[in-house]
Design a protein around this ligand. Structure first.
Ligand SMILES: Cc1cc2nc3c(=O)[nH]c(=O)nc-3n(C[C@H](O)[C@H](O)[C@H](O)COP(=O)(O)O)c2cc1C
Length: 147
């Protein structure tokens, strides 16, 4: 399966997790990793599955590297019908009122443009004890097996 992994990050955690996901999948799939900052929304139609890792910043805002992508999504209003994505958030429950808002808002924007969301939309909690890759790899493997 052609799987494109994208990250939206402020301080690098989402990029590291995107690389870990690629490493976990690359033996069985054709994987690529790219920054959302350098991605046109229409690119999501090219892979069989897009995996998006996105953190939250400030008051539930998008991280810096997701902002250009979001601007294109909102400004160009591309038709993403046929694009399939799974999204994994990075957040911190200390930010109680805006926990995981970045990835949730990005998922809603993609669905509003016609893309199809696969699986649930977990958020890794930086205040907890789990390592993000320990949650993300079983999560994406289950989605791929069901796809
Ligand atoms: C200044 C600041 C603001 C943050 N705001 C939020 C937030 O509103 N909601 C949330 O769930 N996490 C928030 N976080 C937590 C980050 O999303 C979390 O640390 C994540 O792992 C960062 O990933 P990144 O390095 O890929 O950006 C914030 C972190 C910082 C340092």
């Amino acid at each position: 399966m052609k799987i494109a992994i994208y990250y939206g990050t402020e301080t690098g955690n989402a990029e590291m997790l995107a690389e870990d996901i690629a490493t976990g999948l690359e033996d069985a799939h054709d994987t690529s990793v790219a920054d959302l900052a350098e991605t046109a929304p229409e690119a999501l139609k090219e892979a069989d599955l897009n995996v998006i890792v996105c953190s939250s910043y400030d008051d539930g805002d998008f991280p810096a590297s997701a902002k250009p992508f979001v601007a294109r999504l909102e400004g160009e209003a591309p038709d993403l019908t046929g694009a399939r994505f799974a999204i994994f958030g990075l957040g911190d429950s200390e930010y109680e009122a805006t926990y995981g808002f970045g990835s949730m808002k990005l998922a809603d924007l993609l669905v509003a443009r016609g893309a199809t969301a696969l699986g649930d939309r977990p958020v890794h909690d930086a205040a907890g004890d789990d390592m993000p890759e320990d949650l993300a790899l079983p999560w994406i493997t289950a989605i791929i097996d069901a796809a």
